[in-house]
Design a protein around this ligand. Structure first.
Ligand code: BT5
Length: 270
């Protein structure tokens, strides 16, 4: 495990194959949240700027949840994007992130699955989560922050008992260890390749194909949580707009743009 080298531009430059993603990297030892810092500076920096922190003291998940981010134990980063799109299309950007992480792990010889919309799963446990946030004005997006957390080497004592079962670190599956600067560069390389067609033409077919092929949900029976209700459904597919296609137990069909899904009949995280 290469935890010693800081994740700054100098350490990843040699592996970077991008035009603009990751060409401006702001590296911090400690932040409350890289997403919060990214929002503070988003209007003043170019698209593709990346914020990285060695530790987050108040890392964030979706819906006000926490993201555990101890010092040096993972990649905790946020990417600033400026697509010219309406807010309704922002959810699709999460799939670009999920596909990029899945592909980069594949490059490092690690097989993973995508749990739509924002989780990367190895051995039925969560190795990575994505939090996409946006700011908009007059029904157009001003910027999008894509926050990505990847566990490299979480220690049991850093986790609650529940999380110790739910979370996994790459250290547990990578026999040779993981060089985190290379993993970060690969993620940024894939992100740019997958993002450009979306930015240019709204084309999201590449990420959707990756999310379909590596989906852990398609064909499974799940619980869908919508506000205070839980509904049973079978997951059919991901449609061309990145929505999850489901058939509810009462026969009705649905297409979800975002959501809380847990797989029925499995213990633990799912
Ligand atoms: C997510 O939310 O999965 C989005 C996580 C995004 C984290 C990145 S790190 C860089 C950037 N800056 C931030 O502040 N955030 C982003 P959600 O689907 O709501 O999942 C949150 C849940 O995952 C928590 O309620 C825990 O159960 C679990 N969890 C927390 N920390 C974890 C970890 N390190 N590994 C695996 N699971 C974790």
């Amino acid at each position: 495990m290469d935890g010693s080298e800081a994740l700054n531009y100098r350490s990843i430059e040699a592996y970077l194959d991008t035009n603009f993603v990751g060409r401006n990297i702001r590296h911090y030892n400690s932040l409350s949240s890289t997403n919060v810092k990214a929002k503070e500076i988003a209007m003043d920096v170019e698209e593709g700027t990346v914020i990285i922190a060695e530790e987050q003291t108040a890392g964030r998940g979706r819906l006000g949840r926490n993201w555990i981010s101890p010092k040096g134990r993972g990649i905790w980063m946020s990417l600033i994007l400026k697509p010219v799109i309406p807010p309704a299309k922002v959810a699709r950007i999460t799939l670009i992130g999920a596909a990029a992480v899945n592909k980069a792990l594949g490059d490092m010889g690690i097989e993973s699955h995508i749990k739509w919309p924002n989780d990367i799963i190895i051995d039925n446990r969560k190795v990575s989560g994505i939090l996409t946030e946006m700011s908009c004005e007059r029904n157009m997006v001003s910027y999008v922050i894509m926050g990505i957390g990847i566990n490299l080497d979480l220690k049991d004592e850093e986790l609650s008992e529940e999380l110790a079962h739910k979370a996994i670190s790459l250290r547990e599956v990578a026999e040779q260890g993981i060089d985190r600067k290379i993993l970060l560069a690969y993620i940024l390389n894939h992100l740019e390749k997958l993002y450009i067609p979306f930015k240019m033409d709204g084309d999201i077919s590449g990420p959707i194909e990756i999310a379909r092929r590596n989906s852990i949900l398609i064909g499974r029976d799940v619980w869908i949580r919508e506000r205070d209700m839980r509904k049973k459904a079978r997951v059919l597919d991901i449609d061309d707009e990145g929505r999850l296609m489901v058939q509810y137990d009462d026969g009705g069909m649905g297409r979800l743009a975002s959501g809380e899904i847990s797989i029925r009949g499995l213990e633990g995280y799912f």
